[in-house]
Ligand binder design. Sequence first.
Ligand code: ADE
Ligand code: ZN
Length: 326
Amino acid sequence: PDPLTLALGMPKAELHVHIEGTLEPELAFALARRNGITLPYADEAALKAAYAFDSLQSFLDLYYACADVLRTREDFYDLMLAYLKRAAADKVIHVEVFFDPQTHTARGIPFTTVLEGLEDGLAEGLARYGISGRLILCFLRHLPEEECLATLAEVEPWLERIHGFGLDSSEKGHPPSKFVRLFARCRELGKPVVAHAGEEGPPAYITEALDLLGAQRIDHGVRAVEDEAVLARLVREGIPLTVCPLSNTRLCVFARMSEHTLPRLLAAGARVTLNSDDPAYFGGYLNDNIRAVQEAFHFDAATWYRLARNSFEASFAKATEKAGWI
Ligand code: ADE
Ligand code: ZN
């Protein structure tokens, strides 16, 4: 088979997907009806027409507005299971799923409703599709650190069920240095830490995420190529980058896929993985990202094997699990 067919059919791990970003318009309207909520769009077509973003913030505004339809444990279950069905179709066998509890608790949804619904979905996804799943709790960086510390204190009773912690939302103006105390506490609790950095923000934010937060993976990191020293360090230290190509083009980080820094990151020897970020909003799931990348760059089979292998190696799965996959 050709390299694309090989890549689409390879078992893979997905390490950068926001569960709220998997909310398809169909499900959004179904949940709105079920919960008696009126979305500010007439129908699914009108909502989809609003998916024309010019920046991360223009996307986030819509993403947070749509999340309002998520109210009950069943809603979070339906959301997770719908994502896992799509992931299974793309040969994803392990996922580390981001969720943003502050988006929900701020609306009065109890943390347990969110957590239990997502866990129900993961359990059903394991039973139906054989996908192993973990939850990574992301803090919203546009909020004050004090609020994030309060959120962390609130979720401590459920710590065993949270695999790690991350940092997402509006990057520019909210550097990792804003959250030193928060992530020190996360590490003190014995959890792995990741952070979005170098998506819209400068390479210096990648350095801060590593040095000040102790991030073990960098989410995006695609602007690392702008600073030779930062890129060299990522390579030397084998820091995984969870790259999301369709996200980057849809949010205008790059004007077109041919301008994406992915080939330069790979050529430098960075530990790149491919991921979908917010697939309902950005034009597709993991295999759609692979198709878009292949259309632009025509990678060979060895590169696709490497990317799939990287996804397992960079995961937070146990060494025994990884041994079974690689
Ligand atoms: N939340 C959901 N998707 C995100 C992204 N691409 N960057 C930052 N925060 C996000
Ligand atoms: Zn993301």
